[in-house]
Design a protein around this ligand. Structure first.
Ligand SMILES: Cc1cc2nc3c(=O)[nH]c(=O)nc-3n(C[C@H](O)[C@H](O)[C@H](O)COP(=O)(O)OP(=O)(O)OC[C@H]3O[C@@H](n4cnc5c(N)ncnc54)[C@H](O)[C@@H]3O)c2cc1C
Length: 422
């Protein structure tokens, strides 16, 4: 078959790995100008690989397959040097959190780090370049995919037997256009995670950072909302993330450059019910309101005590932000976030303080907004010629899950069996 692969990110890597040197002719269309400007979003930004059955996506991926892809990425680094660790391997820690109402998330982590990622992507690309059946087309933004009787028309011109869409979250325009023309491909869309990034000195969380690389827990707060930690960065840095029309906070950690602080996200999961059906719109509005208060291109920073008391922060005390000074304004997040979300976050931090004393110190730092959007979950059973893999399908949220999803789709293509629910 002649197959068009749209996007060259983590999911496409899994697909190509399985189909390289097969009888299929694979054409990869990537909007970035070249491999140097290409952006497997997560592979470029942080590169924490993990093996877990409790996070990473909405589908089941065999842990052995997950581990195989962890090794796959590590093998493309020059020195094969990674930080690694388990979350909640120790029963003592598991019990400590469990007793206080937390649900500890078990997983194994491998941190490649931002610095090593460029070469990983470049090396993978070079290896695929050697396969006779893979052709890369950079600087090619795909805006239209149209099913015709015997194939799929790409950008209204070239016809392929099938197209596998692997455009990640940044490809939302193409996905939205496809949903507009075929609404039946959507399964559901009701979720958004809204919250803050929390930053505190390393020494408060040293024990837990030593014990586990990535600390992940969930907690049902007294508001009824589920709250979770996400993306813990020991000795890391807070950064901003640009969306088309608003800015959010994020965090990352580097292999070599270290800070004195740890940051992690605290996110409240909202599941909106009828008549609301636009969680992305809701999250975007809250983000825009926060940006409006902070001023153009900035996020809000507040100390924890002021966050709790709903007072504007004017000065900081012992904890100094790792976010660059021109990217934040000292302010009051309570002016932008709904009360139930703020209460859920405070309840979470106060409870966490009973397990890790110092987490609720007055001068710890709160940044907002941090938002995680969930893509529409797409149905791969609707069309035999148009398939969706990775984050754009709504089935995955991580590098390893996206890569494995691509791989499983390739297996289905090879077996010509699409009855499996992927
Ligand atoms: C800031 C950040 C940090 C992250 N950190 C981690 C982490 O540490 N660990 C982890 O497991 N996950 C992380 N993630 C999530 C992870 O990046 C994704 O889950 C994963 O990359 C999804 O793979 P994908 O192939 O679906 O999409 P991507 O890897 O995003 O690839 C999509 C590709 O499609 C291209 N594209 C988009 N639209 C078009 C179009 N219309 N035409 C042609 N090409 C197009 C894009 O340029 C891109 O190259 C992070 C995400 C972000 C945003």
């Amino acid at each position: 078959m002649r197959i068009a692969v749209i996007g060259f990110g983590a999911a496409a890597i899994g697909l190509l790995e399985r189909l390289k040197d097969s009888n299929h002719e694979l054409h990869v269309f990537e909007k970035s100008n070249d491999i140097y400007s290409s952006s497997i979003s997560g592979v470029r930004s942080d590169g924490k690989l993990f093996v877990s059955n409790e996070m990473g996506g909405e589908i089941y991926i065999d842990p052995l397959l997950q581990r195989r892809f962890v090794d796959y990425y590590i093998n493309f680094t020059e020195k094969r040097e990674v930080e690694t660790g388990f979350s909640f391997a120790s029963e003592e820690y598991y019990r400590k959190f469990y007793e206080k109402g937390f649900l500890p998330i078990s997983s194994q982590f491998f941190h490649i780090g931002t610095d090593q990622l460029k070469e990983v992507l470049y090396n993978i690309y070079n290896q695929f370049g050697k396969s006779r059946n893979i052709k890369f087309h950079f600087s090619t933004l795909i805006t239209e995919l149209k099913e015709v009787s015997d194939g799929v028309l790409v950008n209204g011109t070239e016809k392929f037997d099938m197209a596998v869409v692997a455009v990640g979250r940044s490809g939302h325009k193409l996905i939205n256009a496809l949903i507009m023309s075929s609404p039946q491909i959507v399964r559901n869309n009701t979720k958004v995670d809204l919250g803050i990034r929390y930053e505190l000195p390393n020494h408060i969380v040293d024990d837990i950072n030593r014990e586990m690389y990535e600390f992940k827990v969930k907690y049902k707060s007294r508001t009824g909302y589920m709250v979770r930690t996400f993306c813990n960065n020991p000795s890391g840095f807070v950064v901003t993330e640009n969306y088309d029309d608003f800015i959010t906070v994020n965090g990352h950690a580097k292999m070599h450059l270290k800070s004195m602080n740890t940051n992690f996200a605290i996110l409240v999961s909202l599941v909106l019910t009828e008549p609301f059906n636009d969680p992305i719109g809701y999250g975007s509005y809250v983000a825009k309101l926060s940006n409006l208060l902070a001023g153009e291109g900035k996020v809000i920073l507040q100390t924890y005590s002021h966050f709790k008391e709903s007072k504007r922060t004017k000065n900081l005390y012992r904890v100094q932000p790792t976010l660059e000074p021109d990217k934040y304004i000292l302010g009051d997040i309570n002016l932008a976030f709904p009360r139930r979300i703020i209460e859920s976050i405070i309840d979470f931090i106060e409870n966490l303080n009973t397990v890790i004393p110092g987490v609720a110190n007055n001068d710890n730092l709160v940044y907002a907004p941090e938002i995680k959007f969930y893509s529409n979950r797409l149905n791969n059973q609707v069309s035999s010629r148009l398939k969706f893999i990775g984050d754009c399908s709504g089935a995955t949220r991580s590098i390893i899950y996206a890569t494995a999803h691509g791989y499983l789709m390739a297996e289905a293509i090879e077996a010509n069996n699409f009855n499996v629910d992927i």
